[in-house]
Design a binder for this molecule. Sequence first.
Ligand SMILES: *[C@@H]1O[C@H](CO)[C@@H](O)[C@H](O)[C@H]1NC(C)=O
Ligand SMILES: *[C@@H]1O[C@H](CO)[C@@H](O)[C@H](O)[C@H]1NC(C)=O
Length: 324
Amino acid sequence: MLRTYHWRLVKLLTVTAALLLSAHILLSRVTLGKHPPKPSPLPAEEYRLIAPETYEYVLNRPAVCGSGTRAPFLVFMVPVAPLEAAAREAVRKTWGGPGQEDTLTLFFVGLPEGGRESWLQAELEEESRTHADIIQVDFQDSYRNLTIKTVQMMSWLATYCPNASYGMKVDADVFVNVFYLLRRLRGSPRRGFITGSVISDGRPRRDSNSKWHLSEEQYPEDSFPPYVSGAGYVFSADLAPRITWASRFVRLIPLEDVYVGLCLRVLAVRPVYSLGLPTFRNLFEVRQLEYDRCTFSQLVIANGFKPSQLLHMWQDFSKGHSSC
Ligand SMILES: *[C@@H]1O[C@H](CO)[C@@H](O)[C@H](O)[C@H]1NC(C)=O
Ligand SMILES: *[C@@H]1O[C@H](CO)[C@@H](O)[C@H](O)[C@H]1NC(C)=O
């Protein structure tokens, strides 16, 4: 009687041990398959190029977010060249206007050509006194330096607006349907969330004539991890400090949206598509579309408009969108 009991116990223990072992092997396979190899920190001289500490604010608004718990729900962060005053004015008069409840709009610029002594710098400072919405960092503003600007934007949000719920990186030539966007965001995840037009099959262009050229030396892998197209993407604000942190592991490349995708891979965060119901339409339209009030009322962004077009569309849209 005791012997049988003993024997059963031994069998039970053996089976349990075998099950645990196979579960362990299975799980480690799954995680190995899902995650890229453990990232290693960049050498100091490479990290210096991207590190927020390397650069200084020339114009800053440390208190613009408000103090205590009254932080904006959504912060629009708009990278824009120093010369593009008309684009900034159009954004202020449309979706980025201060009249929009619960949102804050900030423009991020680098130094103009000619640096701090140029006439353009004097104009930027004047514009900043008038509108209090310009953040300027002391690197040269150029297309190739957009990645530096994006990491700066993340670092700014993490430092000066930690209680915002969401951030949105959005170009100044984009139409944003703030009304629909805010409604969608009220029900969205508050952590580890990033959405936009997701590109899951991106690859580096190796031909040196391409605007998006990347040499094998700059980027040895032959594909990109999933990333969101740079025209406009929205993320829960907790990702701002996390993306800033992840930049220690990701070499600077001149494609800012792919760069953010590489940081997301370090963090094991997957960008998600935003689909409209019941049409399953991509809400972040990165192709250029002809303006139509009721089509646009069902999108979050549409891309590629001149300042005069934005102003014109907004006049019609802001009054009429709710009757669609
Ligand atoms: C963020 O909110 C917390 C309370 O939730 C508050 O104590 C803190 O001061 C706020 N931080 C800022 C920078 O406003
Ligand atoms: C920014 O871009 C320009 C030209 O595209 C380059 O000369 C400069 O070194 C870059 N970096 C910084 C930090 O300004």
